[in-house]
Ligand binder design. Sequence first.
Ligand code: G6P
Length: 585
Amino acid sequence: MCGIIGYAGSGNAGEIIYDGLLRLEYRGYDSAGIAVLSNGKTEIVKSAGRVEKLNTSAQLLGGNVGIGHTRWATHGKPDDKNAHPHRSGRITVVHNGEIENYAELKKQLAASGERFLSETDSEVIPCLINRFYGGNLLEAAIKCAKMLNGSYAFLAMCDGCEEIVAAKFRSPVIVGQGENCAYCSSDEPALAGKCPTLYILEDGDFAVITKSSVKIFDENMRPVNRAPVINSAGEQSLALCGYPHYMIKELWEAPAAVKNTLSAFAGVEAEARAAFAGADRVIFTGCGTAYHAALLGKRYFCELAGIPAEAEYAGELRYNGIQGGKKTVLVAVTQSGETADTVEAARLYKNSGAAVLAVTNCPHSAIARIATLTVPVCAGPEICVAATKSYSAQIAALAAMALSVSGGKRQIDTDCAPALISQTLQDIDIYALAEMCARARGVYFMGRGIDYAVALEGSLKLKEVSYIAGGGYPSGELKHGTLALIDGTTLSVFIICDGELAAKSMDAVEQTLSRGGMAAVLTTLPEVQRQFARRAEVISLPECNKYLSPLVSAAALQLLAYRVAVVLGRDPDKPRNLAKSVTVE
Ligand code: G6P
């Protein structure tokens, strides 16, 4: 959701920022821009489209201090004029977040003579800083920040001044010092190999970075100490390593992600179990793919641990009129730990006295700092916008937690999970089904119980990377509406891995076939394979425990979505209109 980066040092700022923007591009890729201080004046290059459009112009920027931005458009079309950086007088700014009172501020500023060049909310920031500027950039940035409602991570530069000021409220900013230089950025991977030690800004912090120093202040310009953290992102994890896309590379990293997550769970097991003791309400939440993992968490807790649990989208949970309390446990699932709705739901529940468990891949994220306990997801950096390995690892963490909370009543050998995923990726032949999806007018994913939760994710994955319309439904609901959509041009994909509910889903396949619809069946169950062998496209998955089957069926569905994207010539890593880390509400 917009990436920002700043650099002050002795290297070529244009090139360094360009490289950083390429690493941040998964946060948004509608437009990009770079500003560099050159002989005291600020030079700007910006353009609608991907970061690589700046390749040549970035090289030509001469200077050692600069800021850059890669945009996921919120206010204003993704065109050149709305691309960041934005400028007013001597001040240049890049911004990630949403300024909720921008219209009011623009009106006031316009009434006093300001002219705006873009449709963005962000442009009020350089205008305000410019107005407040009296020789001290930090002071002017603080005064500006006090006027803003909403969320911001912004970087500001001033002509003739070799420093960058960063401000943070509800959008992430990290700062760090390298050799003879300093950086600020939206996330850790952008600084992999550049800054071994980082400081994570808290809401209300400001930082001033120069070639030789990184200083953090509060809103009263008093110095603030933030504990240093080690930058865990390695440069290797950001490389494609011979794969054509990050999506397929990361799919193949799922077995290791699951293995590492299961081992790491041992480190928090006792605390996780203690968190549920005495709880009378357990809620799982998240957004997008993470919500689909949360749905599985709910089922695992109900079925394995025997604890009644609920699951709700984070953006809905916040407004359902109930806010937790001391006997509530909120399990917030989020890859990035920065998704605004999930973070705000966690904050709301924490403030109500509830225990908040953050199941996250990013241990230094906003949610990890709010949570009572972080349950680690060890998937490593995930670059593809569509989540794959992080979802598998989240499922593993949630299954391990439910089994642990069951107190030994339920036992499943989870050690075989990584091998099951590898076997699935190696063995299944998904090409014919990918062709069927690519030709279909609509693709519907259905299942029951845990298979339904996976069906929702299968549908989301296909939608995200192929742009084919469809949906995910409980297979029992087919006859209550979706059946009206079934004809020879639509494809229904059934996930049938839960033996106890298989007969019911098989009925739904029959209902689809008898109405002339195309059907595919993904199953771990030999009897289901036999039943539909010649009548539907059957994808045989490795036999396994029903509670591990989501790892297997999800891997197959992720691979399916990837193949469809390739068949249709889509970019699976950067689907149109989407961004990986959604830090606005
Ligand atoms: C965006 C991404 C999805 C992701 C969701 C939640 O929509 O495109 O892939 O599942 O955000 O992100 P989180 O970081 O909270 O898991």
